[in-house]
Design a protein around this ligand. Structure first.
Ligand SMILES: [Zn+2]
Length: 426
């Protein structure tokens, strides 16, 4: 120990005598310091190694802060206020920018107002991806697909207009709750100027011909993909071959268009299967389970659109009977629920309003929210279920309910594919 001290003193003396060049060299070599001499030997300027470490630490903090701020902003814009605040809880990254972001999140959360009006609900059938394959004759007036369906290009023009008008996609399942005193509407807390909008998509069995999606599947990357036959005779594999994919892409760009990530409700039938698969073939039922789990993870949920989708012979039409409705509902519960899970949403085929006593079969199966079809917005709260109308978006409504659609949702002229469609009949 004594020897070491003597040596060190000699080195220091040498350093003093020989000037800066030698000291710098010593500094770079980073000699180990003998114990107990730290204070005496510490240089008046910061150790470059320490300074570099400090700089690296600052850079790492800045990167973490930027990441947390971006995450908080993404959460805030999707109405995840508490989650956004939690994303900034790391005390180490706290500075004025974090403080400002937290203040902005809290201010927006405090500004939310309960939307108390009737909630509008629009619905689509599967999109016509290639109109030229569906409308081969553009002269002869046509109903069917031309009447009840929208084109993909039309939906892509509708969504930005709904967004511009302050609509926010909201969860149908979150609107009403069964309580001890019966059905009650839940508060709908949105920033001032925003209006909740329910969106649903019917059928999606993919039993249509060319021009529509043929199948929906989850690819090896876990992404939902549609198989669509194209006009060139080939097959497109695309993420936006139907309403869900088009809405997903828009919300990706505009997270504030979906309330807490919720996008819409898919109304499935039983008799034609779902997404291009059969419920009763085990491997295909497994595909339905995989696809529906991926859709749920993407902000979609499911409604029963009945099993038979039948309006004659005392099903969902005048004369509907307890016997036929209960047969239909039981088939839904036995064949569809095992694939997609339970739901309390009932989207009536043809929008038909089943009356008592047949209605009781639907309510007894656990359905609490019942949707009809209308050309106006209508909500109705009953002790044992809630009811709301849906407005169809398709060739028929864009032709015959132009004023309603213009007033409520979008400018029809800027959307409607008048050149690509034949004249619309009901
Ligand atoms: Zn239908």
């Amino acid at each position: 120990m004594k020897k070491l001290c003597v040596m060190l003193a000699a080195v220091l003396l040498l350093a003093l005598l020989s000037g800066c060049a030698f000291t710098d060299k010593l500094g770079q070599i980073d000699l180990p310091e003998p114990p107990g001499t730290e204070k005496e030997t510490a240089a008046p300027t910061p150790d470059p190694a320490e300074a570099a470490a400090e700089q690296a630490r600052q850079e790492e903090l800045n990167a973490r802060r930027a990441e947390a701020l971006a995450e908080a902003e993404r959460l805030r814009s999707g109405y995840f206020y508490d989650e956004a605040i939690a994303a900034l809880s790391d005390e180490e990254i706290y500075d004025e920018s974090v403080e400002a972001e937290l203040a902005a999140i809290r201010a927006e959360k405090d500004s939310l107002v309960d939307y108390t009006g009737d909630v509008p609900h629009i619905f689509f059938h599967s999109l016509i991806v290639y109109p030229e394959l569906v409308f081969t004759d553009r002269v002869t007036p046509m109903g069917g697909y031309n009447s009840g369906f929208s084109e993909k290009a039309e939906l892509e023009k509708i969504l930005p207009q709904l967004y511009e008008r302050g609509y926010v996609l909201y969860d149908l399942d979150a609107l009403w709750e069964m309580t001890d005193s019966g059905m009650q509407r839940n508060p709908i807390l949105l920033p001032p100027g925003k209006t909740p909008l329910i969106l649903s998509v019917d059928d999606v069995a993919y039993a249509y011909g060319d021009g529509f999606a043929q199948q929906l599947f989850v690819d090896e990357n876990g992404e939902l993909m549609y198989r669509v036959n194209n006009p060139q005779g080939g097959v497109d594999i695309v993420p936006d071959g139907d309403v869900m994919g088009v809405v997903d892409a828009f919300v990706e760009q505009h997270p504030d268009f979906a309330y807490r990530g919720h996008k819409g409700t898919i109304a499935l039938t039983g008799f034609q299967g779902a997404f291009g698969y059969d419920y009763d073939i085990p491997e295909q039922a497994e595909q339905i389970r995989t696809v529906s789990a991926a859709l749920k993870a993407d902000g979609w949920n499911f409604a029963s659109h009945s099993y038979t989708h039948n309006r004659v012979n005392n099903y969902y039409g005048p004369g509907c009977s307890v016997e036929k409705i209960s047969y239909d509902i039981n088939k839904w519960v036995d064949h569809v629920v095992p694939c997609i899970g339970e739901t309390r949403l009932f989207i009536a085929p043809f929008g038909y309003r089943v009356q008592q006593p047949a209605l009781q079969c639907i309510l007894d199966a656990g359905f609490e929210i019942y949707c009809t079809v209308d050309s106006k917005v209508y909500n109705e709260l009953n002790p044992d279920y809630a009811l709301m109308s849906r407005i169809e978006i398709g060739g028929y409504s864009m032709t015959y309910y132009r004023d309603t659609l213009n007033e409520l949702f979008f400018d029809v002229d800027s959307v409607f594919d008048a050149a690509g469609r034949p004249p619309v009949v009901g």
